[in-house]
Design a protein around this ligand. Structure first.
Ligand code: ZN
Length: 94
C-alpha cells in the first residue's frame, strides 16, 4: 500500500526534488492527464510513487516512522528511528 505524502505524492507541477519519506529514494514523476480525484476534480498532475512501496520492509519502515512521529518521548523516538534506519538499510539492498 502506498501512503500519501510518505511514499506517494501528487503535484500540479513537475518537481525534481521529491524523495520517498520512508526509504529516501528519489522519486521520478509520471505525468497524468486529468486522472486524479485528489482535489475533488479531474486535473492534470504529476504523480510520484516509490518503486519500493508495498514491499514488506517498506511498510515496516513506514510504520516505525509513524510511530516515531506519534510518541512524545525524545528517547523513544531516537530508538524507533534507529530501528527504522536499520530496517531501511537491510531492505534497500534486498
Ligand atoms: Zn520508498
Amino acid at each position: 500500500m502506498a501512503f500519501k505524502n510518505w511514499d506517494y505524492f501528487v503535484s500540479a507541477e513537475e518537481k525534481t526534488d521529491i524523495k520517498c519519506r520512508v526509504c529516501n529514494k528519489k522519486l521520478t514523476g509520471v505525468y497524468k492527464n486529468g486522472q486524479t480525484e485528489m482535489y475533488g476534480e479531474k486535473v492534470d498532475h504529476w504523480e510520484y510513487k516509490c518503486s519500493e512501496s508495498s514491499k514488506a520492509w517498506h511498510d515496516r519502515v513506514y510504520a516505525l516512522k509513524q510511530e516515531a512521529e506519534r510518541t512524545v518521548s525524545n528517547r523513544l523516538r531516537q530508538i524507533i528511528l534507529e530501528e527504522a534506519e536499520e530496517e531501511r538499510q537491510n531492505g534497500i539492498c534486498l
